[in-house]
Design a protein around this ligand. Structure first.
Ligand code: F0G
Length: 349
């Protein structure tokens, strides 16, 4: 049987005798060789790490299982987070599994319907904040300071600890670190976690090298690229619609110390990559996740990454979460009478 993060990586995580072995069997996600997408990106060797295969459909589950287990260990009354959607879905699921209350603060509008549906079904208190994600995070921080509730945003160090495990899985599966790892960047937590994980893989597991880490931001919500907060972040990739990232310095360090960078891609580039990933690999990710592939493609085009480097793109969330966007993609469907001849005619066979 598949083991969850806490059991599988117990020695690497802040697990004590008192930590409950909470699990929804998160982690151990597919690492797929994708030669046709590699060609589209412009490299010889590309893998995708499909984090959308986690129990709630995003990478958040790796960190959330640790954060909620530690909250239980500390006898917290409830867990609280602000979220563009995925953190909320994950917090709600693990809170349900652990029988603890979850309160999730969502920005008004712009949360993908699938994510909202998850939070509601898992039984979280869903609260809409009149403002964007950054405003909601301010409220969550102040409320967790004032009350006996555990803040489970990625400013919670246990979240980062749990999210390091994907780097170990990649090194295990490839028997080495890749040359380049590309991922989307929003609040800055995940890029921080990967860099920590790859450094530990070298220190503790005898892995020889660390990858250059390349972060992709949406151009309309790219504070790391601008070098300052963005007051009104806008992007079709709602998961990374963040103007004032909570984890600033460590995220910048992850990019620079690894020899990588954080760059920006337009919404058009993100959506092109999103379609290409689905059609060339059979993997359906959400738009924010496609920023990894879009960014890598751009980095190859401008010479930042060379054709012969071994690359991994992290696909952070499942495309089914944002079905609304797909409906907009659909051309008018072919409608036929229930008849095979009519089908053949419609398809011009
Ligand atoms: N990809 C997806 C699908 C996300 O949901 C997020 C963040 C990111 C990438 C960026 O990761 O914030 O660690 O840099 N989602 C958060 C949320 C903000 O509330 O679900 P990051």
């Amino acid at each position: 049987m598949k083991r969850g993060i806490l059991e599988r990586w117990r020695a690497e995580l802040p697990v004590t005798e008192r930590t409950p072995m909470l699990s929804l069997q998160e982690g151990d996600t597919p690492l797929l060789a994708v030669p046709r997408l590699a060609q589209w990106v412009g490299v010889a060797d590309l893998h995708i790490k499909f984090e959308g295969a986690n129990p709630t459909g995003s990478f958040k589950d790796r960190g959330m299982v640790v954060a909620v287990a530690k909250a239980l260990e500390d006898d917290a009354r409830a867990v609280l987070c602000a979220s563009t959607g995925n953190t909320a879905a994950s917090a709600a699921a693990y809170a349900a599994a652990a029988n603890i209350q979850a309160v999730v603060l969502l920005p008004e509008g712009k949360v993908a319907a699938g994510k909202l549906a998850q939070a509601v079904m898992y039984g979280a208190h869903v609260v809409t904040v009149r403002g964007n994600f950054d405003d909601a995070l301010d409220v969550a921080r102040a409320a967790s300071d004032a009350h006996d509730v555990a803040l489970v945003n990625s400013v919670n160090p246990f979240r980062i600890e749990g999210q390091t495990t994907s780097a170990y899985e990649i090194c295990d599966a490839m028997r080495a670190a890749p040359d380049v790892l590309a991922l989307p960047v929003g609040n800055g937590g995940n890029i921080t976690a990967y860099w920590l994980g790859f450094q530990r893989a070298v220190e503790r597991h005898g892995v020889a090298t660390t990858p250059r880490i390349i972060g992709g931001q949406a151009a309309g919500a790219a504070p790391f690229v601008r070098g300052h907060a963005v007051a009104i972040p806008e992007t079709v990739a709602t998961a990374i619609r963040i103007g004032n990232p909570a984890t600033w310095r460590p995220a910048m360090d992850a990019a620079s110390q690894s020899g990588g960078m954080i760059g920006e891609v337009s919404d058009t580039e993100i959506l092109d990559a999103w379609r290409a990933i689905a059609r060339l690999t059979g993997t359906f990710c959400e738009p924010a996740s496609a920023a990894s592939v879009a960014m890598l493609r751009k980095a190859v085009a401008d010479g930042t990454v060379s054709h012969d480097e071994r690359c991994v793109c992290v696909l952070t969330g499942n495309g089914l979460k944002d079905a609304d966007l797909v409906i907009g993609e659909m051309k008018s469907p072919l409608v036929i009478d229930p008849d095979a001849t009519a089908l053949a005619r419609a398809l011009r066979w």
